[in-house]
Write a protein that binds this ligand. Structure first.
Ligand code: AMP
Ligand code: ZN
Length: 477
């Protein structure tokens, strides 16, 4: 097998993966803040982390993957301004913050399952780690922090190379941050936020700095360090995290581990930092508040199998921006259908003969090349038309490739992929019966009748696909 090479955002180089612990891979992924439904852009981050995890497993490493659930501490601004996102959602919905967190965590998990994202070894819930967070903060407070009325702040000048990970000019980033009274440096951030005397928060804990709640950056440092041990192998997140959240985690990790300069990547707490680029809409950044809220469920309601969205993600490199469009999703669905039909044909052909997987070196090369899934897909499609391999052998190889892509190709059927749009009013039985009548009419050369049946179906939103090379007969539009 080829060595796995990954782009490290910290060194800005493609590096050969060398595990910290022989034969093991430990990965931490920044998870969702559960104050709203995730949009499909958020889910791109987890599809990416899943492909990374699957690749490490395929390469033979024993994988320990942790994804956190942020149920406290994430403010409406990534820096220190604004309100706690969960407190705000709870107030708006007149529900307890715990109910809000539970509801959106479940919704997120449903999307995870629908996208065939493997369960990580651990979902770490931020509120389960508050005592550890307080301990961590106590450990670094003396040398690296100062207290203000609003909380305990990290002084970013106390560690070297602060912000090396970030790409954007910090000046620009900081200008949009509402100032906090008394901060020594604009980039300093709260690791503990005190509850203001005139406020009650639903989530607050006692601490040496008074009642309050942990800062969001502190949570990830504590959970990753506790569960994976510093330094661990890979830390992932979306590119927005490269600018503030991860530089702040790194600064805390340096303080906690008493490590310094970031020329040695492990001093940051992880050997490799990886970031997926954004899914964007034609109109710009995807957001939970503007325009059509693109949830996975909306795609399903419109008749798209969720794995068509996974296919869409895999067609692009994770470091490239990906533009969402319904046409693009349709094309991804068609590509997935072709693969599923190809597998169905191979299954019918396979006679249970001996199997010996043909070596598909170019698959291994492609996935080892910083997870080049778009090339992997082309390699996968090439397997179907290989002249020398038997159907059995092809199926074995496809199974291996799909262990990395996670498209469920061996399990999915055509029927699974034909999802009924929510707005559709006609039943499948009715469609099949009309189509059978139409077939008879055509056989009897009664084209007037055949056309009438087709028009009737069209009026009910069913497109009859005569001569469709996929043999897909019909679809609901
Ligand atoms: P949040 O729940 O806002 O903390 O975001 C969850 C994850 O989604 C983070 O890793 C973000 O960096 C990532 N993310 C947010 N928006 C997008 C997007 N449009 N495309 C891809 N990833 C995103
Ligand atoms: Zn995080």
């Amino acid at each position: 097998m080829t060595d796995l090479r990954l782009f490290n955002s910290l060194t800005r180089e493609i590096e050969t993966f060398k595990p910290v612990r022989e034969g093991e891979a430990r990965v931490y992924t920044c998870g969702p803040t559960v104050y709203n439904y995730p949009h499909i852009g958020n889910m791109r981050a987890y599809v990416f982390a899943d492909v990374l995890g699957r690749t490490l497993s395929y390469k033979g490493y024993k994988l320990t993957h942790v994804i956190n659930i942020t149920d406290v501490g994430h403010l409406t601004d990534d820096a220190d301004a604004g309100e706690d996102k969960l407190e705000k959602a709870a107030a708006e919905n007149a529900q307890s913050i715990w109910q809000i967190a539970r509801h959106y965590t479940e919704a997120y998990w449903a999307d995870i399952r629908a996208l065939n994202i493997r369960e990580p070894a651990k979902w770490s819930i931020a509120t389960d780690y508050v005592p550890q967070m307080i301990k961590f903060a106590q450990g670094i407070a003396g040398k690296h922090c100062y207290e203000l009325d609003s909380g305990l702040y990290f002084d970013v000048t106390t560690v070297s190379d602060y912000g090396r990970l970030a790409r954007a000019h910090t000046d620009e980033g900081e200008s949009r941050i509402a100032p906090v009274d008394g901060k020594r440096n604009a980039a300093d951030f709260a690791i503990w936020r005190k509850t203001p005397p005139d406020e009650t928060r639903q989530m607050e804990w006692d601490s040496p700095w008074g009642k309050g709640a942990p800062g969001w950056h502190l949570e990830c440092s504590v959970m990753s360090g506790d569960l994976l041990g510093f330094p661990f192998d890979i830390h992932t997140g979306g590119i927005d995290h490269r600018e503030i959240h991860h530089p702040n985690e790194i600064a805390q990790n340096q303080a906690h581990c008493c490590t310094n300069g970031l020329d040695v990547a492990a001093n940051s707490g992880a050997n490799i930092w990886m970031h997926n680029n954004f899914l964007v809409e034609r109109s710009g950044k995807m957001s939970k508040s503007s325009g059509e809220f693109l949830r996975l469920q909306l795609l399903i309601d419109r008749g798209y199998h969720p794995l068509a969205y996974r296919m869409m993600c895999l067609q692009a490199h994770y470091r490239s921006e990906l533009e969402f469009s319904w046409e693009g999703l349709e094309a991804a669905l068609v590509r997935l259908k072709r693969l599923v039909m190809g597998v169905e044909r191979l299954k019918a052909e396979a006679a249970g003969g001996p199997t010996h997987a043909p070596v598909v070196a170019f698959f291994d090369d492609a996935i080892s090349d910083d997870l080049n899934t778009s090339v992997v897909l082309t390699a996968l499609e090439a397997i179907f038309v290989m002249k020398k391999a038997s159907a059995e052998n092809k199926l074995v190889t496809i199974t291996e490739v799909d262990s990395v892509l996670g498209l469920s190709l061996l399990k999915l059927t055509r029927a699974d992929l034909r999802i009924r749009p929510k707005a559709a009013t006609i039943s499948e039985e009715h469609i099949e019966a009309s189509l059978a009548m139409r077939k008879e009419a055509r056989a009897a050369q009664n084209y007037a009748m055949s056309d009438r049946l087709r028009d009737e179906l069209a009026a009910k939103g069913v497109e009859v696909m005569d001569g469709d090379p996929l043999g897909w007969d019909w679809k609901l539009v």
